[in-house]
Design a protein around this ligand. Structure first.
Ligand SMILES: [Zn+2]
Length: 283
């Protein structure tokens, strides 16, 4: 008799999709508007899902996080392409000088074609593109909407009046009174969602076509630091709306020490060489 448990399974380490649970605690009134929806007296009603729960859309979180990550990575000395224009993003990067373009030619940016991957010409993609994708590379990070844990009934409708200001005359515009719908202020509402992190792209070692050791697990360090820089979401942030704090479970915040070190060392990254011939990715 053949027992399934006895069959020796080849120990292929299946890369797994990782889930990072995220909670945003919104401390001030939140104004994530849904233009054009009806059923409210407000000019800009608040966004709700089919169950009537308040929602911070995934697209908004993704856009903000990408922006924060770009700033961080650039500040650490890594070359980053210019989103959101497709021509200026990896792998095209139109308008760069030769010196600037050469900065992108490093081993940890060069993707290796693999199963289900089609980077046949060994294109270079910056760290941000490797995570958030671009028109020619799928994103490794998938975002869910952040959904409020409080049911619709327990959240009163709050309308905030506002008036358009004429910047030149510094006076209120006539006939320009408007109403924003927001969540109640100081309610500490919890919005829960998650990020899905796909396995990393393989990068190339030109010498032996083996996965390159220059690749390093930078993604969590980048995501967590980027999130900490998002202090508010939605409209009216400068007017104090949508200020929030993040709650991320402790076990999800463990980032290997090596990742912090390599990420913080971008400008003099070990995989960057003049000859374009990547060295071993040691520190
Ligand atoms: Zn890029």
């Amino acid at each position: 008799m053949i027992r399934l448990a006895d069959i020796v399974q080849p120990t292929v380490s299946q890369p797994q999709t990782e889930r990072i649970a995220l909670t945003a605690i919104v401390n001030t009134a939140l104004c994530v508007g849904a233009g054009g929806s009806s059923g409210s007296l407000a000019d800009k009603p608040i966004l709700k899902n089919a169950e009537g729960r308040l929602v911070i859309p995934a697209s908004q979180l993704k856009g903000r996080l990408r922006h924060e990550c770009e700033k961080l990575v650039r500040a650490l000395g890594w070359p980053v392409c210019e989103s959101p224009s497709a021509q200026k993003m990896c792998p095209q990067r139109a308008g760069l000088s030769e010196t600037e373009e050469n900065e992108f030619h490093r081993a940890s940016y060069q993707l290796r074609p693999g199963p289900g991957q089609s980077h046949g010409d060994y294109q270079h993609h910056c760290l941000v593109c490797q995570l958030f994708g671009n028109p020619s590379l799928p994103a490794r990070l998938q975002f869910s909407d952040l959904v409020c844990t409080e049911p619709e009934e327990s959240i009163p409708e709050v309308l905030r009046p506002g008036v358009s200001i004429n910047r030149r005359r510094r006076t209120a515009e006539e006939q320009k009174l408007y109403f924003l719908e927001t969540s109640p202020a100081n309610a500490g509402l919890r919005f829960e969602g998650a990020l899905q992190l796909q396995p990393p792209w393989a990068t190339i070692n030109e010498a032996n076509e083996a996965p390159n050791e220059a690749a390093f697990p930078f993604e969590k360090a980048l995501i967590l630091t980027g999130l900490k820089h998002i202090y508010a979401l939605g409209g009216g942030k400068s007017a104090g709306l949508g200020w929030l704090t993040w709650e991320i479970r402790h076990d999800e915040t463990t980032v290997p020490e090596e990742a912090w070190a390599r990420l913080g060392n971008g400008a003099k990254s070990p995989d960057k060489t003049e000859s374009g011939n990547p060295k071993e990715g040691t520190l």
